[in-house]
Write a protein that binds this ligand. Structure first.
Ligand SMILES: N[C@@H](CCC(=O)N[C@@H](CS)C(=O)NCC(=O)O)C(=O)O
Length: 197
């Protein structure tokens, strides 16, 4: 398999972290979706990363769809649990982490250009997402499940992405989420995908 997408992209990074967490070997091509349109569009007609090229040449796009595929490959350690309730919870929390990526990107790229009301809304969305993830990261909460699932991977990547892209954003106390991220900081899925500042 070959993963297309720089780990500056939280979407690509969460896929790489999932691959590593499940011991799935892959090649990596660090294409930047914003700066390398031609390269990115070779794999995805809308020129976004990540894409995942399978060994038979099929190309998967979109991090959520790719995680769903990886989940099929690892039934004994699912990235998305099979039980209906647990599955819904994981997908919901992963969507919240994904929402943090989106609004952190908007705030960091366009926060100074847009009216303050818009930037304020993005900040509130980020804080809302972090608050929900923090609740879920408390002891015994769904983000504490092992092995790491798609939601926990997405959340840890969100914490680091936010800190890198919006270092001046004032955050509320999120002790459980911060502790979760600190606990996994040096674990291979995150240490091997961290981009030097
Ligand atoms: N829904 C996509 C979003 C991917 C995405 O937005 N990737 C960004 C990089 S962080 C990108 O390549 N953007 C290029 C562009 O929008 O022109 C996913 O989950 O993979």
């Amino acid at each position: 398999m070959k993963l297309i997408g720089t780990y500056l992209s939280p979407y690509a990074r969460r896929v790489a972290a999932a691959l590593i967490s499940r011991g799935l070997s892959f090649e990596h091509e660090a294409v930047n979706g914003y700066r390398e349109f031609e390269l990115a569009s070779r794999y995805n007609p809308v020129a976004k990363v990540p894409s995942l090229v399978l060994d038979d040449g099929e190309v998967l796009i979109d991090s959520t769809a790719i995680l769903d595929y990886l989940n099929e490959l690892t039934p004994s350690a699912p990235l998305i649990p099979a039980g209906s309730r647990a599955r819904r919870t994981t997908l919901k929390l992963a969507a919240i982490g994904y929402g943090v990526y989106e609004q952190a990107t908007s705030l960091s790229f366009r926060g100074r250009e847009v009216p303050e009301t818009e930037a304020k809304r993005w900040r509130a969305q980020i804080l809302g997402g972090l608050g929900a993830l923090n609740e879920a990261a408390r002891n015994g909460g769904p983000l504490r499940a092992t092995p790491l699932d798609a939601a926990t991977i997405t959340a840890i990547v969100a914490v680091e992405y936010l800190a890198r892209t919006n270092p001046d954003l004032e955050l509320p106390a999120i002790p459980a989420l911060a502790e979760l991220a600190a606990e996994y900081r040096d674990a291979p899925p995150f240490a091997l995908t961290r981009v030097a500042a």
